[in-house]
Design a protein around this ligand. Structure first.
Ligand code: ADP
Length: 875
C-alpha cells in the first residue's frame, strides 16, 4: 500500500503528460518517448537507484483549442516509479510503472533542460475533515460511496487478480484514498479526472467522484444486460484490469491506438510483401491487436512490423551500366589506378554479358587514403545504384551481421538488413569496409555470418535472426575493402577477388592533388579557381614536408586547411564594405546595373574557361564552376577584387603560416652518419616505411639485446645475423672475441608498433657490421631482404611499397634481393629513374653496396674467369 506520510522535496523532476492523470493510490503504466522525458528517465531512473531518485511529479498539460502550446495544470501528483522497462531501438522508448503518492501544487518551473523540474508544495490531506466524526453529512456521503464501490466490484469478474485486490481495498483503505482509487478505476474523461485531482477537500472530492462511479455502475449493468455485447465488453474490462490501468486507456487514446493499427494494416497491404512475409505480417498484426498498447511487447511487435513493411522486398533500381560510360566515369573520378580501373571494367563487362552477379566479390586491398572507398562510390554511381557503406572495423559479434533474436529487449536486425532498409532498394552497392578488421568475440564469429551473406549459393535465402524470414540478397553488389590480406579469414578470402591498390608516387600525388583534391575542396569551401590557386610545386612541398603516407588523405586535409584559411580571408573582406558600411549584396544592387553585370558575367565565364584549360582540370569535377558557381559567385568576385588581389596564389610563406613549420624533414642523413646505424625498409598495412635501425655496444656479458616490439621471426633474424658475422668476422677484420666483455643493444624505432617478418635480415647484418667495423653505412642507401645462415639473400614481399617509401624519404639507392627483380615491373618509371636499385644474391654483395668502398677481403678472385666472387655465392 502507498505510504501516507511521504514528505516531498521542494523541487521535483516532472514528467509532463498530455493524455491522462495519475491519482494518488493508483498505479499506471506511462509510455515515455519525448526527449525531455527520456532525459529524465536516463539521468534519474536508470542511473543511480536511491529511493529519492525514484519519486517524480506527473503533471498534465491541458491543450486548449485556441492556444498552441497548452498550459500545465497547477496540481499534479507525486509518484513512485516502481518499474522501468524499455528499448533503445529503433528509437529510445521507455515505459514506467508509477504508483501515485500524493498531490502537490506546482509553484513554478525552476529548470527546463535537460528535463523540467518544478518547485512544488505538497498538499496535505484535510485531516480534520477525515477524522471529523461529527460531520454527519460527510459520513453519509462516505457510506454511500463505499456501498456504490462494493456494487461496482460485484459487477466485475473477481477471478481477475486486480479485481480481487480492488475488492479487498474497498473494505480496508481510508476513505480519502478509496475515492482516488475508484476515480482512477472508473471510465472517465480527462477533464473529469482533473476535476477529481483538483478536489483537495474530501467532501468536494466525494461529490465529484460519486457521479462518475454511479455512471460506471450503470454502464456495467447495461453491458451485462445486453447479451450480444456482453462477452466483448467483459473482455475489455478484463483486458483493462489485467494490464493495469494505463493513462492511455481513456477514450481518446484507445482511438489513437485503433488508428495506428489501421494505418499499419494499410501499410502491410501496400507494401507488396512476398507471400511468406505477408503471412507473418498478418499473424503479428493479429497478435498486436490483442496486446495492451503499452506493454513492452507491443512496441517490439510494432517495430518488427515497421521493419517488415519498410524492407525493399521487391523494389529494385534498373542498372544503367554501359561500359564506355563506366570507363569515362572512373577516369573522371580517379587519377591513375590504371590496373584497378581495367579490372573493374572487366568485372562490369562480364556481369553485363552474363546478366547476373554470380562471381567473385571484389576486394580492394591497400593502404588508407588510396581511393578504395571512393572508387566503390564511383562504381555505384556509374551503375545508378544507391551506395551503402557498412563499416566492419571492430565488429566481433555475429549478431551484428545476423541480427539479434527478437525476444531480447533492444533486439535489432543485423547490419545487412538495416542497410537495405535505409537504401530502400534490394540491389544497392554495399561496401563491406575494413573487412580485415573483423574481430572474433565470445558471441560467435562474424566472419562466418558474412560468408552466408556473400555466398551466392546461400544468399538468396539469407535469414536474419531478427527478421526470421528469408530475404533475397542475390541482387546486392557486395564490394569489400581491406588494408591487409593477412587478417582476412581465409574462407572469406576464397570468395573474393583481391585487387591491390598500391600507394601513389610523389608525381601521382601531385596530380591527384591538383586535379581532384583541390577542386573538390574549393567547392566544399565555396571557393573557386578564381579565388585560390595552389601551384603544383607547392602541392609537392606540402606532400614532402607535411605528409608521410601512401595515400592522399593527409594531403586532402592540408589542402582543406589552406582553403579554410582563404575562406576566412574572403569572408572577412566580403562582409562589410569599409566605405559605405553596407553588406555585399546591398552594395552590388546600388552600384552595378544590368548591363555591367552581363558584361562581367561574360568576361568571367571566359576567364574561368581559360584557367580551366590552363589547369588541365578534368571536366567532371570542374564543369560546375563556370556555370553554376561562377555566375552566382560573380558579383561577389567583382566586389572582392576591389579589396584584395585575386586569385590568391599560395606560396611557401603562406603554407608555413597556415600549416606551421614543416612536420617531416628527411633527417635520415644526419642519423645515419654514425657507425651502427642503417636504413631498412618495412611493409606495413598502411604502406611502406623506412626504418632507421640502430645498435650500440657497451661493457657487459656477451648479450645481444633487441628492443622495439619485435616478433619472434625478427629475433631469429638477429641471431642468424650474429652467427654470420661471427663466422665471417675475420674477412671483415672484426675481432674474433668481439662480444667477450661487451653487450650489443639493437633498437628498431617506433616501438609502439609491433614488427615482425624476415625482411629486416640484411639491415640487421649491415648494422652489426657497421658497429663492429666502426664504419658508417652510406646515408643514401636503404635495404630489404631475408638472410640465411650461409649468407644467401632470399626474396621478400612488398617491394613496390618499400621502394616508394624510400623514394618519399629521398633515398637514392635501394638494395633488394635479386629474386625480386620481377617486382620492378610494377614500379612507376618516375621512381625507377630516381632510384638506383641494387640486386643482390648474398650478404657480401649487400655489404659491398652499403658501405663506401666495400670490403675488399670478402671477395675471392674466381680463378676461372678472373672475376671476384663472394663466398656465399658458391652455395
Ligand atoms: P581509402 O578508402 O582507400 O582509405 P578514400 O577512398 O577514402 O581512401 O580516399 C581518400 C580521398 O582521396 C578521397 O577524397 C578520394 O576521392 C581521394 N583519392 C584517392 N585516390 C584518388 C585518385 N586516384 N584520384 C582522385 N582522388 C583520389
Amino acid at each position: 500500500m502507498v505510504p501516507h506520510n511521504v514528505t516531498l522535496p521542494k523541487n521535483l523532476p516532472l514528467v509532463i503528460v498530455s493524455d491522462g492523470v495519475l491519482l494518488p493510490g493508483s498505479t499506471i503504466r506511462l509510455p515515455v518517448s519525448s526527449v525531455k522525458n527520456i532525459n529524465l528517465v536516463r539521468s534519474r531512473l536508470t542511473s543511480g537507484n536511491s529511493l529519492r531518485n525514484t519519486i517524480i511529479g506527473i503533471v498534465t498539460k491541458e491543450t486548449s483549442k485556441d492556444s498552441h502550446g497548452g498550459s500545465l495544470h497547477d496540481i499534479g501528483t507525486a509518484g513512485l516509479v516502481v518499474q522501468v522497462t524499455g528499448t533503445n531501438w529503433p528509437r529510445p522508448s521507455y515505459s514506467l510503472l508509477i504508483t501515485g503518492l500524493c498531490r502537490f501544487k506546482l509553484l513554478s518551473i525552476v529548470q527546463e533542460h535537460p528535463y523540467p523540474v518544478g518547485a512544488v508544495k505538497q498538499i496535505e490531506y484535510d485531516k480534520s475533515l477525515a477524522s471529523d466524526d461529527n460531520d454527519l453529512q460527510l459520513k453519509d456521503l462516505i457510506r454511500e460511496f463505499k456501498e456504490a464501490a462494493k456494487k461496482m466490484v460485484a459487477l466485475l469478474d473477481v477471478s481477475v487478480p486486480s479485481v480481487a485486490k480492488l475488492k479487498e481495498l474497498v473494505e480496508q483503505v481510508p476513505s480519502q484514498h478509496l475515492i482516488d482509487l475508484i476515480a482512477a478505476f472508473v471510465r472517465a474523461t480527462l477533464p473529469e479526472r482533473l476535476k477529481v485531482l483538483d478536489a483537495v477537500d474530501l467532501a468536494t472530492r466525494l461529490k465529484v467522484t460519486l457521479p462518475l462511479l454511479l455512471r460506471h455502475i450503470q454502464k456495467l449493468k447495461e453491458d451485462r444486460e445486453s447479451d450480444d455485447t456482453r462477452s466483448r465488453k467483459d473482455f475489455k474490462i478484463v483486458k483493462v484490469t489485467r494490464g493495469g490501468r494505463g493513462l492511455s486507456h481513456d477514450a481518446d487514446s484507445y482511438e489513437d491506438d485503433q488508428n495506428e493499427l489501421a494505418e499499419l494494416e494499410a501499410k502491410i497491404k501496400e507494401a507488396n510483401l512476398p507471400e511468406h512475409a505477408l503471412k507473418t505480417a498478418k499473424k503479428e498484426l493479429a497478435r498486436l491487436k490483442q496486446m495492451a498498447p503499452h506493454m513492452p511487447e507491443s512496441s517490439m511487435t510494432r517495430n518488427y512490423l515497421d521493419l517488415l513493411v519498410d524492407l525493399p522486398w521487391s523494389v529494385s533500381v534498373k542498372d544503367t551500366c554501359n561500359i564506355s560510360k563506366a570507363r569515362a566515369d572512373l577516369d573522371a573520378d580517379h587519377y591513375g589506378l590504371e590496373k584497378v580501373k581495367r579490372r573493374i571494367l572487366e568485372y562490369l563487362a562480364v556481369r553485363q554479358l552474363r546478366g547476373d552477379l554470380k562471381g567473385p566479390i571484389l576486394c580492394f586491398v591497400g593502404p588508407p587514403g588510396v581511393g578504395k572507398t571512393s572508387i566503390v562510390k564511383s562504381i555505384a554511381s556509374t551503375l545508378g545504384r544507391p551506395y551503402y557503406r557498412m563499416s566492419l572495423g571492430g565488429v566481433s559479434d555475429q549478431h551484428d551481421i545476423r541480427g539479434h533474436r527478437r525476444t531480447y529487449i533492444g533486439a535489432m536486425p543485423g547490419r545487412v538488413i538495416q542497410g537495405l532498409r535505409s537504401v530502400k532498394v534490394n540491389n544497392p552497392v554495399m561496401l563491406l569496409d575494413e573487412i580485415d578488421k573483423l574481430g572474433t568475440g565470445i558471441h560467435g564469429d562474424p566472419g562466418a555470418a558474412l560468408l552466408e551473406v556473400l555466398d551466392p549459393e546461400q544468399n538468396s535465402t539469407f535469414t536474419d535472426t531478427y527478421l526470421n524470414l528469408p530475404f533475397d540478397l542475390s541482387q546486392v553488389l557486395f564490394v569489400a575493402t581491406a588494408n591487409t590480406l593477412s587478417t582476412i579469414p581465409s574462407p572469406l578470402m576464397d570468395r573474393m577477388e583481391i585487387i591491390h591498390v598500391p600507394g601513389y608516387t610523389q608525381e601521382e600525388k601531385v596530380m591527384i592533388g591538383a586535379l581532384h583534391l583541390l577542386p573538390k575542396q574549393l567547392q566544399e569551401h565555396g571557393l573557386s579557381l578564381d579565388i585560390l590557386q595552389i601551384p603544383q610545386e607547392i602541392i609537392s612541398t606540402i606532400i614532402g614536408e607535411y605528409t608521410r603516407e601512401a595515400g592522399v588523405r593527409a594531403l586532402e586535409r592540408k589542402i582543406a586547411a589552406v582553403c579554410r584559411a582563404v575562406a576566412v580571408q574572403v569572408a572577412e573582406t566580403k562582409c562589410v564594405d569599409p566605405v559605405t558600411n553596407k553588406t555585399d549584396s546591398e552594395v552590388i544592387v546600388a552600384e552595378i546595373d544590368d548591363d555591367q553585370v552581363q558584361k562581367a558575367v561574360d568576361d568571367q565565364v571566359e576567364k574561368v574557361e581559360e584557367s580551366h584549360k590552363e589547369n588541365n582540370t578534368l571536366e567532371k569535377e570542374d564543369s560546375s564552376h563556370p556555370i553554376t558557381e561562377g555566375s552566382q559567385a560573380l558579383p561577389n568576385l567583382l566586389q572582392l577584387k576591389e579589396h584584395m588581389e585575386l586569385p590568391i596564389i599560395v606560396d611557401l610563406k603562406m603554407i608555413q603560416d597556415v600549416l606551421g613549420p614543416p612536420i617531416f624533414q628527411s633527417g635520415l642523413a644526419g642519423r645515419v652518419s654514425v657507425p651502427g646505424v642503417a636504413v631498412g625498409l618495412a611493409w606495413t598495412p598502411v604502406g611502406g616505411e623506412v626504418m632507421v635501425v640502430e645498435a650500440t655496444s657497451s661493457a657487459g656479458d656477451s648479450n645481444l639485446t633487441l628492443t622495439g616490439q619485435l616478433g619472434s621471426v625478427m629475433q631469429e633474424s638477429a641471431k642468424i645475423a650474429l652467427s654470420w658475422v661471427r663466422k665471417h668476422g675475420e674477412l671483415l677484420r672484426i675481432d674474433k672475441d668481439f662480444m667477450k666483455d661487451e653487450e650489443i643493444h639493437m633498437h628498431f624505432p617506433a616501438g609502439a608498433i609491433s614488427k615482425d617478418g624476415p625482411s629486416a635480415g640484411v639491415t640487421i647484418i649491415t648494422v652489426l657490421v657497421s658497429l663492429l667495423t666502426k664504419r658508417c653505412v652510406r646515408s643514401d642507401v636503404a635495404m630489404t631482404g631475408e638472410i640465411t645462415l650461409n649468407g644467401v639473400v632470399l626474396p621478400v614481399g612488398g617491394i613496390k611499397e618499400k621502394l616508394m617509401a624510400a623514394h618519399r624519404s629521398g633515398l637514392t639507392t635501394v638494395i633488394i634481393p635479386a629474386a625480386n627483380k620481377k617486382d620492378l615491373d610494377d614500379i612507376p618509371s618516375s621512381v625507377l629513374n630516381e632510384i638506383e636499385v641494387v640486386l643482390v644474391n648474398t650478404v657480401e654483395e649487400v655489404l659491398q653496396a652499403a658501405f663506401d668502398d666495400g670490403f675488399e677481403d670478402m671477395f675471392e678472385t674466381d680463378n676461372d674467369n678472373g672475376k671476384s666472387v663472394s663466398p656465399s655465392s658458391k652455395l
